[in-house]
Design a protein around this ligand. Structure first.
Ligand SMILES: [Zn+2]
Length: 255
């Protein structure tokens, strides 16, 4: 059972006891209201904080303290090719969590990912703002369509899935289980989509390195391309080796 199921059992029991106390001992009904509000707040926080593993177990860190893994979300995007040039020059393998509709629009980039030894993961088909409000069936379809689009280019289906916006919920948990994907989170969130200052962005990542790290970046951002060479150099100078996610987590990236 996942934490949200434990919480729901505790919540139901507490609500039942409080309801009895309200009827028999004239306890204020506000206790019921407050308990319900706390429950709903916890459900929302559990959806936002993927690392709580509240609805689905997500990998967020490896155990080998010498290793670090780079992950890029939202491509193929504007800066995917220049980022690939840097990775190629530095001989570093990364994981790209691709959006299905972008895969269909840029199959040559997907081929290049594969050819240059990077892993390709699934980051939903549309990455819409309404993604997390969809039914299990709709989410399953997004995951499968993206896997099919990638498989039609590289001949194998990804098993790594990164939830859009890092949000999880019961419907997505079911879709991930149905499609037998591995949910992949991170332990270092770079905030490169919000960052304006390259030095600050670089420091935020480098200060948090502790080994076994999964770094969340976006190949849609120019600032990410801007800091990448220095990020790789300084991470290696600190004694870490870049490895792909399947090696870091001892899991299969494709089925
Ligand atoms: Zn994304």
């Amino acid at each position: 059972m996942r934490p949200f199921q434990h919480l729901t059992i505790v919540f139901s029991s507490v609500m039942t006891m409080l309801a009895i106390a309200c009827v028999q001992y004239q306890l204020s009904v506000w206790w019921l209201v407050v308990t319900a509000l706390v429950y709903v707040h916890l459900l929302v926080l559990g959806a936002i904080f993927i690392r709580w593993n509240f609805y689905v177990k997500s990998f967020d860190k490896g155990t080998n303290k010498q290793w670090v893994s780079l992950t890029f979300d939202d491509g193929p995007a504007n800066y995917t090719l220049p980022i690939l040039d840097v990775l190629g020059e530095k001989q570093v393998s990364a994981t790209f969590f691709a959006i299905g509709k972008n895969v269909v629009a840029h199959p040559e980039t997907v081929k290049r990912w594969e050819k240059e030894g990077h892993l390709i993961g699934n980051h939903s088909y549309g990455h819409g703002f309404n993604f997390d409000w969809q039914s299990t069936k709709e989410m399953t379809k997004e995951i499968e369509s993206t896997n099919d689009a990638i498989a039609s280019i590289i001949g194998k289906k990804p098993r790594l899935f990164r939830p859009p916006y890092g949000v999880t919920n019961p419907n997505l948990a079911k879709a991930i289980n149905r499609t037998k994907m591995h949910s992949i989170a991170w332990n270092i969130r770079s905030f490169d989509t919000k960052s304006k200052d390259p030095q600050q962005l670089l420091d935020r990542i480098l200060d948090r390195l502790s080994g076994g790290d999964i770094i969340l970046l976006h190949d849609s951002m120019s600032i990410t391309h801007e800091i990448l060479t220095e990020l790789i150099d300084r991470t290696q100078q600190n004694g870490f080796t870049f490895v792909p996610l399947d090696k870091m987590l001892s899991i299969h990236a494709y089925s």
